[in-house]
Design a protein around this ligand. Structure first.
Ligand code: PRX
Length: 630
């Protein structure tokens, strides 16, 4: 399916409504299956036993790589743009990528990795990260990519949770002018991960590292003599493909599990229709492969469609804030997909950084990860797109596998700040406080999805109950997204942000409980409550209210200690922006913190703190109002 006009979109949406299964079966039919499925779909939200294309046999990498060899084998699959613009850059064709994946698949099998085993990948944004993930998929191992900004402790927790057998990492990486010692961090993490028997280290920084004989091996040594022929392992459509950890409103991050068949069909279909990438186009998604955006729209979706993509190791402001535009000019990028936080950050610099470069190659702009404010939308439209590029504001989640609500580029009329309309096959609905669907337009409510789609996560690794509780229990028979949403008089959807205790900081998802638990580890901290507040660049900033044993003598030094602690336990992305020490927290009689009040204070909306009469001790609010953050 490749939708080309708005009329066609309307028509196909209607068809998908009339016969969902026929719609998805048609999409699945565009792939190479070793054996066709026995049943298109079974199960539902009630039991969380969702299955798609069951009995179908495939290997996802045959669809990403092998089937392109005879047609576009010599086409560039990836252009690698390193952290520093003067470092070594390279292009990789589909044929070379296939060869590299086959070689590394052989290496993994020689190391004893088998179908179903979990392999953790903690790497720089380089081609080897992608080769690692695809090699896992080729042998049926379940990859768990951990963003290389997470701490040793976070890495260890993720390895332990899925009992990974192997870790693939780099000696280190450079991000902007910072150096991150990935191997040292890995060594520290592995002290508490007895299941990991082998570590493969890919050289990137050439710095000295510790070496554990018998466990650690260099990528380049292993790959050298590996055969480039590899027969992909046959998988069932419902066999696991990968685990990706993401934050929830409570407890530790959960391992969201995606399976082979449905994820393949869904990411391919959404990539094709949302971005409308043509044969000669150059597509660039600036995300890191450690997040779902990288999984679905750097690795899998583009490869299924034979696109040319960019792997970018750097950051938007290094060596200067013109970097992204320099890359667009250099490779004549046609499709550019980034997060609003990057746009807001770049907006704060002189326009000369954008104007210096020729951006006339651009055809489509994308946005993902958080609501895009109108100011950023217009800046993106005017200064990057020159007023001629449709902006696809794509709403989706780690759990949805792929884009759910979004304009289709050049097809759907856009509106600033709106993710616009659902893709055919996706049926969103807004719910009121009584759990009833809200009919009509010009309404707001909690966003739910009505019927399972192929890309939906199948479970939380090792904790199916948590999966049911988080997504399927708030509204029986629906998938609950955790987002608030408005449907305007035209039926367009605008995502207003999370309605649960999940924060979205610079497009990164963080649970308040995770950050609170980290801060509570400080000997002087008795209790913490974290809320988000509007932040000009990050979208949401992290505001910590905390009760301390004694008032810190040097608040600056105290804040630094807290930052170091959070960096050690979670990673630098979770550092609180503001800290307010308070004698008490606003709690209900049942002991629940009333975050509504704290959110108002954090947003400096002091007039509207609302009803405090149900608090155990309403006088706490006066203390908080009088207090100050630093
Ligand atoms: O709140 C929504 C926000 O990001 C959340 C999902 O985060 P994550 O699983 O990390 O995936 C991010 C990349 C897909 C959602 O619940 N979000 C994502 N895209 C948008 C968005 N909010 C508004 N507009 C978007 N386009």
């Amino acid at each position: 399916m490749n939708i080309k006009s708005f009329e066609e979109y309307r028509e196909i949406y209607k068809q998908s409504e009339q016969d969902r299964l026929k719609f998805w079966e048609h999409e699945a039919g565009t792939f190479y299956w070793r054996k066709s499925w026995e049943k298109v779909h079974s199960g539902g939200f009630e039991k969380g036993d969702i299955k798609w294309f069951e009995g179908g046999k495939l290997n996802i990498t045959e669809n990403a790589l092998d089937r392109h060899l005879n047609t576009i084998g010599n086409k560039t699959a990836f252009i690698f743009e390193p952290n520093h613009p003067d470092s070594f850059r390279r292009t990789i064709t589909y044929r070379q990528l296939h060869e590299d994946v086959c070689r590394f698949a052989n290496v993994l099998q020689e190391k004893g990795i088998e179908k179903g085993d979990r392999v953790c990948i903690y790497m720089a944004m380089t081609p080897e990260l992608i080769i690692s993930a695809l090699a896992c998929a080729r042998i049926g191992a379940v990859h768990s990519i951990v963003f290389a900004g997470f701490s040793a402790q976070s890495l260890a927790e993720r390895i332990q949770d899925c009992d990974a057998k192997m870790l693939i990492t780099n000696d280190g990486l450079r991000r902007g002018d910072k150096h991150v010692p990935l191997k040292d961090i890995s060594d520290e993490a592995l002290e508490s991960c007895p299941t990991v028997k082998n570590v493969i280290v890919c050289q990137r920084t050439n710095r000295d590292i510790d070496w554990k004989e018998g466990r650690d091996e260099w990528w380049h040594n292993l790959i050298r003599n590996a055969s480039r022929n590899h027969k992909a392992v046959e998988m069932d459509a419902e066999d696991p493909l990968f685990i990706l950890y993401t934050s929830g409103s409570t407890g530790k991050p959960k391992g969201v599990l995606h399976t082979c068949g449905g994820y393949m069909v869904y990411t391919s279909y959404t990539f094709r229709n949302v971005f409308q990438v043509q044969e000669e186009d150059v597509y660039w998604c600036t995300a890191d492969a450690g997040w779902i955006t990288g999984h679905s729209y750097i690795i899998y979706g583009p490869l299924f469609n034979g696109a040319t993509g960019i792997i970018f190791e750097g950051t938007p402001t290094y060596p200067d804030p013109g970097r992204l535009w320099e890359v667009v000019e250099k490779y004549k990028v046609t499709h550019f997909y980034t997060a609003p936080t990057a746009i807001r950050a770049l907006m704060s610099y002189d326009l000369k950084y954008v104007q210096k470069y020729d951006l006339s190659s651009l055809k489509v702009l994308g946005s993902v990860g958080e609501p895009i404010n109108e100011e950023a939308w217009h800046w993106y439209d005017d200064h990057v797109g020159g007023g001629t590029c449709p902006i696809v504001d794509t709403w989706w989640q780690t759990e949805t596998g792929g884009i759910m609500i979004s304009p289709l580029a050049g097809v759907t009329p856009t509106k600033p700040g709106f993710a616009t309309l659902p893709l055919p096959g996706i049926f969103p609905t807004l719910m009121d406080e009584n759990g009833k669907e809200i009919e009509g337009n010009g309404v707001s409510g909690n966003l739910c999805i009505k019927h399972p789609w192929p890309g939906i996560a199948r479970t939380v690794w090792g904790d199916h109950e948590r999966y049911l509780k988080t997504y399927m229990s708030a509204y029986k028979g629906y998938y609950f997204t955790g987002d608030g949403c408005r449907r305007d008089p035209d039926g367009y959807y605008r995502i207003t942000g999370r309605v649960d205790d999940v924060l979205n900081v610079s497009g990164h998802r963080l649970g308040t409980a995770e950050i609170e638990n980290a801060l509570d580890e400080h000997p002087n901290v008795v209790e913490t409550a974290i809320v988000g507040y509007p932040h000009d660049i990050k979208g949401q900033g992290i505001y910590a209210f905390m009760i301390c044993e004694k008032t810190p003598e040097d608040p600056k030094a105290f804040k630094k200690e807290l930052h170091d602690l959070v960096t050690k336990i979670i990673g630098p992305i979770a550092k609180p922006d503001k800290i307010q020490i308070t004698p008490g927290l606003p709690k209900t009689r049942s002991g629940k913190i009333m975050r509504r009040i704290l959110r108002k204070v954090a947003a400096d909306d002091l007039e509207n703190v609302g009803d405090t009469s149900t608090l155990l001790d309403p006088s706490v609010v006066d203390d908080i109002l009088k207090g100050e953050a630093y």
